[in-house]
Each structure stands twice: as C-alpha cells, then as structure tokens.
Design a protein around this ligand. Structure first.
Ligand code: BGC
Length: 970
C-alpha cells in the first residue's frame, strides 16, 4: 500500500463516505470498539517465518452498529517499546484489515519484530491494539552454517528409530537461543533431558508432533524454529533427537524418496549476554548415534514397538555414550529446506476421549455363527479407575467417537510383560461371513485396514508405581482398540488422544433436527481426523494420502469449519512441487503414488487457491500459483485428439464411488469448462486495470470456455438440447457450469434433474463429483425444497443413512455398514472416516444459514447473507420441517452469525451479526408480496444500521452496516 499524492482526495472521499454512512446508520461514536486478534501470515505471533513481506491482519470488535475502519497505521519495531522502528508508513486511508503486506526495511534473519496497529473508525476515533504482537523471522536464506544431514551408519530394519546426541559446553551467560531443525523422517528433539516445545500464552507448552510434516521431499522439506533459552544452561548441555520413518520412509513413502536412510539436521544459535554468540550444528564428527533405544520400531501404517526397559537418560548430561557410534552423512535430500508454514500437528488436548464402554472377554463362544462371539466376562460402562486384566483375556475399549490419534496408557505389571494394542473403526457384529464380518461378534473389524498393522506393542519396565506410555511415531484411525498382555496386568487408565493439524475451528452449525446435528458433528470429526499435516483421504488403512479430488470436493466446507488460510498456502506448495513437467497436477499431493492429470482431482490446483482467495482475501495465493495453474491449462489444451479438441483431463476416477455411472470423459470435459471459468475469475481478481495482461487473459479464458461449451453441446446434447448422459451428476455439472444453449433449455434440464431425483424416491445416486456440487447447484437452480428433501432423506443412499447406522464420522461409501446387511463387501475401500461426502456442510453454511463471501469484496469484507429456511409445504414420508437453524463463522473480520426460526404463525425471525468493519447484503425470502420486515419491532428501513430496504423477485434486499440485528418477516 503506497501513500500517494491522491491521499488527500482519498481522505476526503473516505471522510464523506464515513459521514454518509454515519448519518444513514444514525450511529453514535462507538464506545468499546477494540482491535484484536493481530496476526502475521494468518498466524498469531509466528516464530520462524521466512516471508520477505509478511502480511498483517487484525479484527475490529464492537457491539455497536455501523462500525468501520477508515484508516490504519502499522508500526513495526525490533524492540518492545517501539523505539527502533523498521516500518512506520504513517496513516493509510483504507478499510482493509486483512493481508496487508509489510513494506519496511528488509527484514533480518532470526530477528523478533514487534508490531502494533492504530485504527481510525468511521467517526475518526482512534483505537490502538493492546495485544503484545510479534513475529520472528527464521533463517531467511542466511544458511545452515555447514550443518549436515546426519544418519546412522547402520540400522537393522527400515523401521528402526535411530537416536542422535551431542554434548556442548556453553561457558557464558545466555541471552537468547534458537534451534533450527529438520528431519528426513519425523523427529523429536530434547535438550538436557526435556522435550523442546514452545510456550504459549497461558503458560502451557505447545509440542509439535510429526515434525517436519509432509512435503514433496524430492523438492522441499520444512524446518522448525524453537526458542530454547530455557532449556539450555551455562556449562555442559546435551542435544538429543530421534527420527522415525514417518512419511519419508516406511510403506507410506512408496519408495519415492531414494534410499531408506533417515536424517536429522540442526543448527543451534546461542547469543551470550556479552554480545558474542556460538553456533552448534549437526556434524558426523561431533554427533553420535544408537539404534538401541526404547522405540524399537515406528511406522505410520504399522504402528510402534516400544520397550520401556530400554529407556535411559540419553538426552541428559552424564549419560555414558561410549557404546554409541559415529554418524555418517545423508546425501539423499537434494531439495530446499524451507521454513514451516501454518498450524502444526498437535495432540488436541481439549478433544481427549475417555472410553464410553470397556468390555473384558475371555476367548470365543460358539454361538453357531461363522466366527462365534466374544465370551464377555465384564462390561464397564463407567470406566473404573483400575481394571485387572488376567493373562489370556482381552479388553475392548470403545471411545464413543471415530477419530485419529493414539492412546495414552497407564499400566502396572511385571517387567518384560508385553502389551499389545490393536486399533479399529468398527466391531464385528454377528460373527457372520455373510455380513462381511472378519471375526467373532464383538471383536475388532480390521479387514478394511488392508495391509496396515495399526498396532502398538509395549513392553513394561516393571515400575511398581505404574508406568505411562503413548506413541509418537505413528497414528491410527479408530474408535475401538483391544488390549492383550503376555502376563496379568493392571490398567490404571487408557484414554484416546486426538492428533491432527491444530487449525483453529471457526464454524458452528445447528438446527432443531438432532440427526442433522449429528451429521454436522460427523463432518467436523471427519475433518479433525483427516487434516494431519496435509489433507488426507482417510486415517486408518494403508493409504492416508493427500488425494487431491477429496479436498477439491471438501475444501470449501473445510474452510468454513476451520481457518485454513496458512494450511492451504502450504499445501499448494506441495501441489506445485508435485506438478508434472507437462503441467499435470498430481492425484495425490505430496506426490508419492499413482498418477497425474485426472479430472476432478487435478483441478484442485485451481479450485483450492480460488477458495482460499474467497475465504481469506488472499490474493497472494492466486499470484503465487498462477503460473502453475496456467501450466495446468496448457496440459488440458494438449489433451485433444483427432475427433475432439476439448477432452479435459484423465478419466481414471470419474464420479468416484457413485451408485449410478456417469461417463468419465463427460466429467473431464465439464471440469475443463469449470477450470476455464475459474481461470477467468482468477485473472479478473488479479487484474489491476481493464487492459492489463490479466484482463486480457480473462478474455481469452472466456473465449476458451465458449469454445469448450460449443464442443460440449455437439458432443453431449440431443436435438432437444437435453443431455446424452441421463444421470444426476451429468445434469448437476451442466447446470452448474451453464452448459445449455438457452435459459429455456436450462429450465427444462432443471426440471429433468428434479425428476431424476424424485423418481429415485427423493434420493441422490451420485459419487464424489455429483455429491460435491449437488446441494448448492439445486439451490441456485431454485430447487431448495428438493435439497431439503435430500438432506432429511434417511434411506440409502443419503447423508442421514449413515447417521442412523451409528456413524460418528463421514464414511467412504453411503453404505459402508448397514444394520440390515452388515459391512460393505468392497473391503479394500471401506473407510469409516472419509470426508468427501461431508461437502454437504458447505450447503448448510452457505444456503441454510446463508453465509457467503462476496467475490467482489472477498474475505467477508462484504457479506452476502442469503438464509434459506425450510419453507417446504409438502414433505416426503417421515420428514418434518426444520423450524430453526443457526450458524456462526469466525471470518478474518470477526464472527458472522445467521440464525432463523419459523414461528407457528408462519412468521420468520432472523438474528444476524455482521462484524465491525464489514457490511452485508441480506436477502430474505418474502412469503408474499405484502410481507414486510421489521427490526427489533420497528419497520426495518427505520432501524439503525439499516442502509436501505428494497424488494426484488420475491425477496427483500436489506443493505446493512455492522452490528447485531433481529429481523422478523411478517
Ligand atoms: C481414496 C479416495 C481417492 C480415490 C481415487 C481411494 O483409494 O481413498 O478417497 O480419491 O482412491 O481413486
């Protein structure tokens, strides 16, 4: 943002608009407005960022109506008291408070910068941020001071977990210290006997799991920065680290990253109070390794083997490491080491689960079924403090919730006793092969894990006071686990720890219908379970990959559920790294398996940046990825053959796991049109003026879309204009992408789509592609009632069907399990935790509650609020009207709330919150032409904050300034 000569004109303009708005909204000077939630690069007080021009954001908060920002002043300094200012550009007359790029002196590496912002509201009151806000730069290409990737000379197995250690003497008083680390494999670092972590606001420690996270290791690995001053001392110090295969080695890597050797790199910078400093780095001469630690093996798919008898004080000084060996150098990694971006993977303490039921059984009883059933000895519904488990018996734990993570065990027993814990999402029900069971009734159903062993083996050290264990090198997708031991033991407790990317959850949704609320909860848990460093397909079987199609379908929903601004920025780096030379985006990112350039999967490379832009006003993600997107468009252009010019991408997946087949090539062509339409929008978003390069590109993408449409029409429509592909998915795509000749034909197609659904008993029959767009497309086409019918459908296939079968997460298939017939026989692909079908929550937020960003003023600076209550007058059998719904979304401008309630007299109440520094256009359906809107009892047009009220096509259109409102339409 530049201050120019036209600044004064802008000031005058803003001043007068302020006055007009001020008058229109009859707003008094707001008291109590605050400026909060200061962020840099979408994170609170990030440490170790390498962005050259980090972007700032903040929120204005106020209970008053009509509050907005007219100017801001950002000050950045290297000291807390703002004496050594590096950026103070003066006042900028703008309402923007998201993604404002730093424009001061070049940032120095490894430096903490403090910042504050002063805002002027619409009445020119000054509001100064009170938070202690800072960001700290990482290495910023200042180098690793000759640190080397160290590795063990030898390991017994590719799953062995080596430990590395070095000692160093720090002989002066320490002023500050940072350690920069990365791993080839996942790693953990300890200094002087203590695991390193970051202290967070409330004095608690934040520990990051599975560092360095998953990237395309052929090109990029992330490094972490940690303030370790409190870990070090003057005198002798020890740094220790262990590295497990993680995503770099083991089965999940699919042999992608070269030799199976693991690696660790570190640079410790210690600044003394006398102004001198010292640097300690990984180096094979000064670091030693051992493969004889307590973690005997660790692997994502298979689990962890841990022998507590091998625990030692290897990360403390005084430990005798004479049996340890000298390291060698790992040269496998040829890419770039980049600062980690975004939220880390953590144990999410607030989500910890205690078992809802524990069953102890002894062997199998023959009940005439194929496998028999477990012979239950005792059921503990309220888990007791301690359970005695005799040798030979088994405990089955039910966490009551399908989830991703691991268990924490507190156990007492003899040294050398081996405890085995196995994980599963479901229990076998009747022990019958005909129901798809893989074992006795009541035992774990594990056949859907395919080759993933998914288990823990823990050997007790025999501590009389009891011992505690949780793994760190693996994770499981599970609701249930069973536990056996080679000798009798006492279990003091076993709890479920949820592990995943700790992105802030920002969305809520509820209705008066408890099944819909359970569905929403299942969607949230699907996201918690599958956002683990990258967006994955599932957390349990031998897959857990960054399937691009799944996030392409679910991305919009996901970004309402959680703040994904930084997460998507990082993942798009994986997409670019994994893009093939011909421009094809991969089917899994980071790429490690299967192919590239498959329709509806590869287009995630365009859809995700667009979504991120809409939700967070992040133009940067569009700019950064534009060349890669264009390269993909070139790939698409090259898919022509003698007969057809516009074939689109590959046809491997089509409408994945649908009930009715839609031709895959048809889907590819539609997605080509889809990508082209988005490229037009993206180009326009980046264009600064009518004739610039982006504007011209937008025109050429529009032309391309028209040509694709022409070929589509001749290829896929009949004489009457209707589609040759007579499926729900085909019609949904063509309606969404405007692939009909005239409005009349489009209407005919919409009627036909409605018929396809009603003839199917008000049921969908779509897969990933059709389901992802089903509800918004129906609503946009005016078929809101049909959408409600589908939402509340309980028969297979439907969203509530799995809810009725007891689901606590979203399933891969509509009927992964049914009470009537048992498990789906497609055992190779029968995950109980696949988020794609959860895409229906996009419709709950955007249509039922109606919370939408405005493409022209994205990031919710202007909000399009289009709540669409359940106004059905006829209902399919067994369905009832939803009388009330509520959603909140904590945008980068603050919390937006939309709630409605249909009262018995038919009047509808709408409670609305528009955050400070935003405006909204509220569109309300009018029951009839005479209906009027009232706000807090008075005619809406007279209410404070209401800028205008008009009627258009059976809707009331109300322009709103910020604030809380209570409307009634009667
Ligand atoms: C994954 C899916 C994925 C699909 C594509 C499956 O194995 O679990 O979610 O999109 O493969 O073929």
């Amino acid at each position: 943002m530049k201050k120019t000569a036209s600044g004064a004109v802008i000031l005058l303009f803003l001043f007068f608009t302020g006055i007009i708005l001020f008058t229109l909204t009859k707003c008094k000077s707001p008291s109590g407005t605050t400026v909060n939630d200061l962020r840099v690069e979408y994170m609170k007080n990030p440490v170790g960022i390498d962005a050259i021009q980090p972007r700032f954001s903040w929120k204005m908060e106020s209970n008053e109506r009509g509050v907005s920002q007219t100017a801001y002043t950002i000050v950045v300094s290297t000291d807390k008291n703002f004496k050594k200012t590096v950026w103070n550009f003066g006042e900028v007359f703008s309402g923007q408070s998201v993604a404002i790029a730093y424009g001061g002196a070049a940032l120095l590496p490894a430096t903490r910068y403090f910042w504050k912002v002063e805002v002027k509201d619409q009445a020119l009151n000054k509001i100064i941020s009170k938070e202690k806000a800072f960001f700290e730069t990482g290495l910023m290409n200042s180098g690793w001071s000759n640190a080397q990737w160290i590795k063990p000379l030898q390991r017994d197995s590719i799953l062995t977990v080596p430990m590395f250690r070095t000692t160093c003497k720090l002989d002066k008083k320490i002023r500050s210290a940072r350690i920069y680390t990365s791993g080839l494999g996942i790693y953990e670092v300890f200094i002087n006997g203590k695991r390193i972590g970051a202290s967070v606001e409330n004095g608690e420690m934040r520990y990051d799991e599975f560092k360095p996270g998953w990237t395309d290791y052929t090109r990029t690995v992330s490094y972490s920065t940690c303030d370790v001053k409190d870990w070090l001392k003057t005198g002798d110090n020890v740094i220790g680290a262990y590295v497990a295969p993680g995503w770099w080695g083991g089965g999940i890597a699919h042999d992608k990253y070269g030799s199976p050797d693991l690696g660790f790199i570190a640079k410790l910078v210690v600044n003394y109070t006398d102004g001198t400093s010292e640097v300690i780095v990984t180096d094979p001469k000064t670091w030693k390794y051992s493969v004889d630690g307590a973690i005997r093996q660790g692997d994502i798919y298979n689990g962890e083997v841990y022998d507590a008898r091998k625990e030692s004080a290897w990360t403390s000084s005084g430990y005798d490491d004479s049996a340890w060996q000298t390291c060698s150098v790992n040269t496998d990694f040829k890419g770039e080491i980049k600062a980690f971006v975004g939220p880390t993977v953590q144990v999410r303490k607030q989500l910890e689960r205690t078992p809802v039921k524990i069953t102890r059984y002894d062997g199998i009883t023959n009940d005439g079924s194929d496998f028999g059933k477990i012979n239950v000895k005792e059921t503990y519904n309220k888990p007791p403090v301690t359970i005695s488990l005799p040798k030979g018996q088994t405990l089955v734990y039910d966490m009551g919730q399908n989830m991703t993570g691991w268990v924490k065990l507190k156990v007492k027993g003899n040294a050398g006793t081996q405890v085995t814990i196995r994980f599963a999402e479901m229990l076998n029900d009747e022990g019958q092969k005909s129901r798809g069971d893989d074992g006795p009734g009541g035992s774990l159903y594990r056949i859907n894990l395919r080759s993933a062993k998914a288990m823990l083996e823990y050997t007790l050290k025999g501590d009389k006071k009891g011992e505690e264990y949780q793994p760190s090198t693996t994770f499981f997708g599970f609701r249930y686990c069973d536990l056996t031991a080679t000798d009798s033991i006492e279990i003091e407790s076993l709890t479920g720890e949820v592990v995943g990317t700790a992105s802030e959850e920002v969305g809520t949704f509820s209705t008066g219908n408890s099944s819909v609320n359970q569905l929403f909860s299942n969607i949230i848990w699907g996201q918690r379970s599958n956002f683990l460093s990258i967006p994955t397909d599932c957390p349990q079987r031998d897959e857990r990959l960054g399937w691009t199609g799944d996030i392409e379908i679910f991305g919009r929903t996901a970004s309402y559920n959680a703040d994904l601004a930084a997460f998507f920025q990082k993942w798009m780096g994986d997409m670019r790294d994994s893009q093939r030379d011909d421009g094809a985006f991969p089917s899994v990112a980071p790429h490690c398996w299967v192919g590239w350039g498959q329709a509806a999967w590869a287009e995630a490379g365009i859809i995700i940046p667009w979504t991120t832009y809409l939700m967070y006003d992040d133009k940067g993600i569009l700019e950064e990825n534009y060349p890669a997107m264009e390269k993909y468009m070139t790939f698409l252009a090259n898919q022509s053959d003698e007969k057809y010019k516009y074939n689109g991408a590959g046809t491997d997946y089509g409408d994945w796991v649908s009930y009715v087949h839609t031709d895959s090539r048809y889907i590819s062509v539609c997605y080509y049109a889809y990508a082209t339409l988005l490229m037009e929008k993206i180009s326009l978003a980046l264009s600064a003026g009518k004739d610039d390069e982006y504007a011209q590109k937008a025109v050429s993408y529009r032309n391309l879309y028209n040509q694709i449409k022409q070929e589509f029409l001749s290829r896929y429509t009949n004489k009457d204009g209707m589609l040759t592909q007579d499926t729900q998915t085909a019609y949904l795509l063509a309606i969404k992408l405007d692939l009909f000749t005239t409005e009349a034909v489009r209407q005919q197609a919409t009627d036909h789509l409605q018929k396809l659904i009603t003839d199917n008993g008000n049921k969908l029959n779509t897969g990933f592609v059709g389901t992802g767009i089903m509800m918004p497309t129906l609503s946009d086409a005016g078929l809101i009632d049909i959408a409600y019918n589908l939402l509340l459908q309980r028969e297979n296939p439907s969203w509530l069907y799995s809810v009725d079968q007891g689901a606590t997460t979203i399933w891969e298939r509509w009927n992964s399990y049914t009470k009537e017939t048992g498990f789906n026989r497609e055992i190779g692909m029968n995950s109980f935790n696949h988020y794609a079908y959860g895409a229906v929550a996009e419709w709950l937020y955007r249509y039922v509650a109606g919370i939408n960003p405005d493409e022209n003023r994205p990031g919710f600076k202007h909000i399009l609020l289009n709540p669409t209550p359940d106004f059905r007058t006829t209902f399919p059998d067994g369905q009832k009207q939803i009388k009330q719904a509520e959603a909140t979304y904590n945008s980068y401008y603050g919390v937006i709330r939309s709630a409605w309630q249909i009262e018995d007299a038919g009047n509808v109440k709408y409670d609305i919150t528009i955050p400070a520094n935003t405006t909204a256009t509220l569109r309300l359906l009018l029951p009839n032409e005479q209906s009027e809107a009232f706000e807090s009892g008075m005619p809406a047009k007279d209410a404070k904050g209401v800028v205008s009220v008009s009627k258009e096509n059976g809707k009331l259109i109300i322009e709103l300034a910020s604030g809380n409102y209570s409307f009634e339409v009667r």
